[in-house]
Write a protein that binds this ligand. Structure first.
Ligand code: HEM
Length: 440
């Protein structure tokens, strides 16, 4: 029996509490309820796909015509990653905390308003339209602020749930984006060259909003990816990591704005501790279980890159964080953000979009085919970005290397997305089965 099937019929505590794939009875052939949920999730991902497509196009134009990296970075992080985070964190909280259907708040309005805000920022900043930038950034901050508040309220209502510790990551992460949007709008409108504001903006957005959400979600998904029970240490590890990352970011940003390198260093050290604690948990569990599915390898490798970037910043950064953050961003985006996204989708696509045991297994097998090649291309690409990027001081000599690196990263990501898209389309083409029939 495939591990997914065994997960959904098992009575282990992990699945009693809530499952990302839905409840028993939804799993066998494609139930119409599951199909409806899959279609809604797909609709939420239309803007994500649009941003990613635009980012790939701008990357290609950038390789040939030198388009500034701001647009590529913000299409990926502010557009694709932020929308995906809002959709998936709402989904995780609803399903893992088993929020009653009547109390669930589908993020449709949030996604629509977020899209309007993001488009405003993406157009307003390059054009220098200050009013549009301020309105767009304010909309982004309001949407994510309300989102964090709704998740926090759900966590408080379900504080005895096994996954209630997700609130330790998702709520501070949302607060980070509210601060990050305000800092971004200030940078854009004042056109200041103050490195402290720049560094604070990158720190709260990349390490806070994206970093903390990813680290918390990885803790929750890891036992499911490895098809094992939720280890008893999970809640303790998660709370320690969430607290260390949150306090670290507050200290770091406070130190930056107050020009206190010691506080910046202490903040980075606390943040690194939070990342290392989770990484240790992931590796211990994987070694104990003895399985290394492709999704796990991608997610863990992504978090290794986040840890590596934090070590680099701690060793080189406290006094000149703006310069060092500018250096690590090119490897953080493909190494950490893109890699974790591909790993998470590698697990979630077959589980969430279902297709019954046969369909899920087929899609999973498709996604697993050739994964070491995709993984190697992505990580070799990140290493080449690291050595070839002009901002590491090696200028034109290495630009061909940097271009090759971006092609490797782009092909690896596009390859995955094509296979995943094909798999989802195949699932949605399968004949639906009524839930009543499936539970018999
Ligand atoms: C919400 C509205 C946002 C606005 C108005 C904004 C605006 C800006 C501006 C003006 C800069 C400085 C560009 C420069 O001086 O080179 C910048 C840099 C940056 N922002 Fe944002 N930003 C926003 C959100 C975000 C988010 C959500 C993320 C990540 C999750 C992010 C990540 C970055 C990064 C990584 C850089 C550094 C780019 C580089 O290395 O060249 N920003 N942003």
């Amino acid at each position: 029996m495939c591990w997914l099937t065994s997960l959904t019929v098992t009575r282990e505590p992990l699945m009693k509490e809530g499952t990302l794939g839905g409840r028993e009875g939804d799993q066998s052939p494609v139930s119409s309820r599951r199909r409806g949920r899959a279609r809604v999730l797909l609709a939420y991902h239309l803007p994500v796909a649009g941003y990613l497509l635009a980012a790939i196009l701008s990357l290609i134009v950038r390789l040939f015509a030198g388009v500034p990296p701001w647009l590529v970075i913000h299409l990926t992080l502010l557009g694709a990653a932020t929308t995906a985070i809002v959709v998936w964190s709402a989904y995780f909280v609803d399903t893992l905390l088993v929020v009653a259907p009547a109390r669930r708040r589908p993020p449709s309005l949030r996604v629509a308003a977020l899209t309007a805000g993001v488009v405003g920022v993406l157009i307003g900043v390059p054009e220098g339209w200050n009013v549009v930038v301020i309105a767009g950034a304010a909309l982004v901050a309001i949407v994510v602020g309300v989102h964090g508040w709704l998740l926090g309220a759900a966590v408080i209502r379900h504080r005895r749930a096994r996954f209630a510790w997700l609130g330790w990551f998702y709520v501070p992460a949302s607060a980070c984006l509210v601060a990050g949007a305000a800092l971004g709008a200030t940078l854009a409108v004042t056109r200041t060259t103050d490195g402290r504001l720049f560094a604070a903006h990158v720190m709260v957005n990349v390490l806070g909003w994206v970093g903390m959400t990813v680290v918390g979600s990885a803790c929750a998904m890891w036992p499911m990816i490895l098809a094992t029970r939720l280890p008893s240490e999970t809640a303790g590890v998660a709370r320690l990591s969430g607290a260390a990352c949150g306090v670290g970011l507050a200290l770091g940003v406070g130190g930056l704005l107050g020009s206190e390198p010691i506080a910046v260093g202490a903040g980075l050290a606390a943040y690194l501790l939070g990342v290392v604690v989770v990484l240790g948990f992931l590796l211990r569990t994987a070694v104990r279980v003895g399985r290394r599915p492709h999704a796990a390898v991608f997610v863990a490798s992504g978090i290794v890159w986040l840890g590596a970037a934090s070590v680099w910043l701690l060793l080189h950064g406290p006094g000149v964080l703006a310069v060092e953050l500018d250096r690590v961003v090119p490897w953080l985006i493909p190494g950490f953000v893109v890699q974790v996204l591909l790993g998470a989708l590698g697990y979630l696509v077959p589980v969430v979009f279902g297709g019954g045991p046969g369909g899920s297994a087929r899609v999973r097998e498709l996604l697993a085919r050739w994964w070491p090649v995709r993984w190697a291309m992505l990580n070799v690409g990140v290493l080449l970005v690291l050595f070839g990027d002009r901002r590491l001081g090696s200028a034109h000599r290495w630009s061909a290397l940097a271009n090759t690196a971006w092609w490797l990263v782009g092909i690896s990501a596009a390859w995955f997305l094509a296979v995943a898209g094909w798999g989802i389309a195949a699932i949605l083409r399968m004949p639906p089965t009524l839930p009543a029939q499936t539970s018999r």
